[in-house]
Design a binder for this molecule. Sequence first.
Ligand code: NAD
Length: 469
Amino acid sequence: STGSIGKGPVMSSAGCGNPYAGLVALLRAAWRSGKTRPMEYRMAQLEALGRFLEEKKQEILEATAMDVGKPSFEAYLIEVLLCKNELNNTLNNLCHWMKDEHVDKNLMTQLDSAFIRKDPYGVVLIIGPWNYPIHLLLGPLIGAIAAGNCVVLKPSEKAKNTGKLLAESLGCYLDSDCFAVVNAGVQETTRLLENKFDYIFFTGSPSVGRMVMASAAQHLTPVTLELGGKNPCYVSDTCDVRSVARRVAWGRFFNAGQTCVAPDYVLCSLEMQEKLMPALREAITEFYGSNPRESPDFGRIVGQKEFRRIRALLCSGRVAIGGQTDEEDLYIAPTVLADVLPSDPIMQEEIFGPILPIVVVASMEEAIDFINERPRPLAVYAFSSDCKVVTQVLERTSSGGFCGNDTLTHMTLSSLPFGGIGCSGLGKYHGKFTFDTFSHQRGCLHRNMGLEALNTLRYPPYSQQKLGF
Ligand code: NAD
């Protein structure tokens, strides 16, 4: 369904044959009216979004469970709590973030006012993936509203129930003149992207990211691309193996491995692989019991196509833990593969499922080379009780983000920018970074009309004396 939220379908073609042109034109008219600019309006919309999260939290948990088989604890933590944190942080700081930033002046402009205005872009498009279907749409939405934009939200067609919930409910909370939800598949999204937006914020795979950027280029629209990739996790020989195993297993098996910042593979020595194996087995049993299939805390794969792709990767290396699958239930057990080779199929693509391959390396040097020979990941993880080792990995690699001695947790801090580099993405968000992403920094000089005589210096007729030589 295509809809301006709370208003039912809007299918007017506005004369150019595109099914979404009418909707975009309505939002553009609302933006031009200036209604999204006052801080009070933005605060009221954000507060309404907070009420949506509070009043609909049960529906959110149910929808995400139906869409991805998400355990309710995980859904509550990421889809509800993290969004609320972002929202509260934004509400608490918006007044400060929105202020003009006054800047240094030169001799000629001493009597003037020079400042950076945080201008809204206008009508922005936010396209989300299915794996955290609320968080990855509402996170950017919070910043887009805070910055004074009108927004089209495009949920993933693979998170049908969540998309339906957003399309049906958000309109009861947000101003439907300015905010719309469009539930669209690939073909319809391609049509949606033909329209001119003033900013596009995309979260998804690198291959679709390329297409979105190409569409944006037609209108010279700026983009943020939050993409994926293979996040390496180096484990040095000196570490508390039990804690490392728990922290890595949690990051890998959270949401059944369908997390963009999940540790994708472990790099460690042969001795560490031997030590990690029983510790990982213990962690998995501690988290999900002896039969993870029966655990309410272990998720499922999003669909059959993804299930088959992930299952095919099990042929790499040697199954040391898990390995059981059930297509009917879209279940893949928490699995650890040992002795995986860089040439194995599982090392050629982002896994995005509950499988952890271990690739043996001879040294930290080799691990660093291994990381640097591959596309720059969204996150690099390094575990060591020796602080110097963690620092070395940080200093000698490049990635969107970094976390020493843990996985995923760096993304929970709204004071840290979150985003990729190279193939893992372009741009950053979370906290104030989201507000900045959706604001154009407009360089402004407001001149004083006095002291006109001074300007004679720059007006023709020119002379060398005027330049001071
Ligand atoms: P996807 O790229 O298949 O889909 C993302 C969105 O793009 C969906 O809304 C989908 O409808 C739309 N889309 C798909 N094909 C399209 C096309 N041809 N033209 C226009 N739009 C199209 O990604 P996904 O499967 O939903 O999510 C998984 C990927 O997202 C993984 O690579 C993961 O690492 C990445 N991801 C990144 C982050 C991050 O924050 N960096 C977060 C979550 C997921």
